[in-house]
Design a protein around this ligand. Structure first.
Ligand code: UD1
Length: 381
């Protein structure tokens, strides 16, 4: 069986790694990794591959940045050619970025079976580009690998055939479980380099357009973070989009958050593990803090990962700087939210996915996926 993985942006690589490793140990599986090139900076792409000890992608399609339509269209066109050339039996897509949608659509139109890793998450906020991507990818995919029971409920409520759904757990946690010991070994050096030994610290990551693209939202949030940084050091590794928006806001006060370049995966894991609190709008960091039991304040009005709130250590503070100030004060006063780890977030999700893919490539009765049909499919196209 020839499996083509399509990835494009930083969080995709972290989800790919455990599935790729689990499939590599199965006989009769050939894997091809295609990187769309949506993320191209070393700090957002190659560094993460190196830290995950992943082989370099077999192909990089060089799609790069652009408007949503331009980026998705470029990925769609280039992925169609790559799929016609590689002729996979199945395409695996990850998460909710524009590359995920392009890959699912290109494969479905070529009648190549698609499996979606991290299916079923819903914020019910269609102003988020990722929510549109999630809705569409889950309609196109043949196999839906879900991280938590709420995702299954969302899919069933949308009328999805239960045969297509497999609750496998959270693949991002597989990478965390594998690499946390390495991150811990690196921690003394990271702590020294960032000069964090003498004072409690918090980690901040913000990159969602809704938070950083509009000064009327971003300015008050940064003012709240400047206030908070009087009580603890705030380390803020800034995504390129965020750095550009910060420059437009003007200089921060000297006591304000420390803005640094994007960090590698190991550094981000180690910082989360040792932080007094985390302020974020990232999906993956909501999950990682839940696993680590570290208080997380999510600067969004909603989340597609409600289990991080119902079971985990995450709280929503909306885009409200005063809620952020109050919630942070409660955490620093030791009244933070405790949490537990959701079921199946155990480091074995990649193996469960590999089991399902190698035992039966498709859900029962869903014969679009049969490798034997491949020749015919490609003749038709
Ligand atoms: C994308 C995903 C988002 C994910 C995030 C993880 C979509 C719609 N969004 O957002 O869900 O949380 O990745 O990081 O797919 N840029 C660089 N170097 C790069 C890549 C981007 O400087 O290597 C800059 C460019 O100015 C670009 C901007 O960042 O225009 C945004 O990049 P893009 O890939 O469009 O979206 P992200 O904000 O990274």
């Amino acid at each position: 069986m020839k499996i083509m993985h399509v990835v494009g942006a930083r969080p995709n690589f972290i989800k790919l790694s455990p599935v790729h490793a689990a499939l590599a140990s199965r006989s009769g599986v050939e894997q091809v990794v295609v990187h769309t090139g949506q993320h191209y900076d070393d700090l957002l792409s190659d560094l993460i591959f190196r830290q995950l000890a992943m082989p370099r992608p077999d192909r990089n399609l060089g799609v790069g940045s652009g408007s949503h339509a331009a980026q998705t269209a470029a990925a769609l066109t280039r992925l169609e050619s790559a799929m016609q050339d590689i002729r996979p039996d199945m395409v695996l897509v990850y998460g909710d970025v524009n590359s995920t949608l392009a890959a699912a659509l290109a494969a479905a139109k070529l009648h190549i079976p698609v499996a979606h890793v991290e299916a079923g998450l819903r914020s019910r906020d269609r102003s988020m580009p990722e929510e549109l991507n999630r809705l569409l990818v889950d309609r196109l995919a043949d196999l839906l690998f879900t991280p938590s029971a709420d995702a299954d409920e969302n899919l069933l409520a949308e009328g999805t055939d239960p045969e297509r759904i497999r609750l496998v757990g959270n693949v991002m946690i597989d990478s965390l479980v594998r690499l946390l010991p390495t991150a811990e070994t690196a921690w003394p050096g990271i702590e020294r380099t960032l000069d964090l030994a003498d004072r409690p610290f918090g980690l901040v990551t913000l990159h969602r357009p809704a938070n950083v693209d509009h000064p009327e939202a971003f300015g008050p949030l940064m003012a709240a973070l400047c206030d908070l940084s009087r009580d603890l050091t705030l380390i803020f590794p800034a995504h390129p989009r965020t750095r550009a928006r910060l420059a437009a806001l003007g200089p921060l006060p000297p006591h304000g958050p420390r803005i640094i370049a994007p960090l590698g995966y190991l550094e981000i894991l180690a910082l989360q593990k040792h932080a007094a609190l985390v302020v974020t709008d990232s999906g993956g960091i909501q999950e990682e803090t839940t696993f680590l039991g570290v208080p997380c304040l999510t600067v969004r009005p909603n989340t597609e990962r409600p289990v991080t709130i119902t079971l985990g250590s995450n709280q929503l503070v909306g885009q409200d700087p005063d809620r952020l100030r109050r919630a942070a004060a409660r955490i620093l006063g030791s009244q933070g939210k405790a949490g537990g780890v959701p079921p199946l977030w155990d480091g074995r999700t990649g193996e469960r996915i590999a089991d399902i893919l190698t035992v039966s490539a498709t859900p029962a009765g869903h014969d679009r996926a049969r490798p034997a049909d491949r020749e015919e499919r490609h003749v038709r196209h």
